[in-house]
Ligand binder design. Sequence first.
Ligand SMILES: CC(C)(COP(=O)(O)OP(=O)(O)OC[C@H]1O[C@@H](n2cnc3c(N)ncnc32)[C@H](O)[C@@H]1OP(=O)(O)O)[C@@H](O)C(=O)NCCC(=O)NCCS
Length: 239
Amino acid sequence: MTQADQFFLGAPPVPEGAEIVCIGVSLGEEPEAWRRAALPFTTDAEQRQAQRFLHPIDGVRHLVGRGLARWVMRGIVGNVVGDFTIMPQGKPVCAGAGADFSISHSGNLVWVAFAGRGHVGIDVEQCRESRDLLRLASMLHPTEYAALQQCPPTELAPAFYRCWVRKEAVLKACGTGLSLPLDRFRVFTDGRARGWLESMDARAVSDWFTEDIPVLAGYHCGVAADFSSSELRVVRVGC
Ligand SMILES: CC(C)(COP(=O)(O)OP(=O)(O)OC[C@H]1O[C@@H](n2cnc3c(N)ncnc32)[C@H](O)[C@@H]1OP(=O)(O)O)[C@@H](O)C(=O)NCCC(=O)NCCS
């Protein structure tokens, strides 16, 4: 039995009260083992979707993310739920569960976040230094762009990816994807580990939970939820 099989056979962690639960797995050298272990928690539609990706590894990441989401949802609602509802801007939700989740995958890592109230978003990114980071940063809030322009060259990539995953986590909690303009809210780009949402429309940032999750070297990960919580539970396998 593989580590992936053992993981999915265990009891899923379920968010209690205002707790946020995040689960991360590294596909490592065993993406196929993770795909097989996740399959019982995926739907026919997801399996067909996974076969449509140009690169098979993208299909594996899709199935493992959806599988992890449905595995935890089983713990919350008591049975394996069917198709997720896809909201107009792309966020998958489990209708009627009274709990929210968010999925992110990049490189070898798949992360999923859960909340028993409100909305949650998670983002993980593998750092790619070859990108023209300052050009990408020019799409962010002007204050974030200015802070990144000030970074010494060796600090630019970590600061950029920190900022990127924080913004994506907020966008995913909102469920809007990029239809919420990136300059409508601001995050801090510095190394603080939590409380990094600087401003958000008319809403008080104290209404939000925001935190970075330390992950494998070469990756950044952030989680955001639109309710105040101080309880983050992290479960990880190899990352
Ligand atoms: C789709 C988007 C939500 C994130 O995509 P991403 O970071 O490229 O990819 P991730 O792996 O982190 O997330 C993909 C998952 O997000 C979920 N998702 C898709 N649309 C979503 C939405 N509107 N809201 C919340 N979650 C969404 C899905 O579960 C999807 O995975 P799945 O289809 O396998 O289930 C969106 O924000 C996007 O297009 N981003 C493009 C990148 C960019 O320019 N970002 C600017 C950052 S500052």
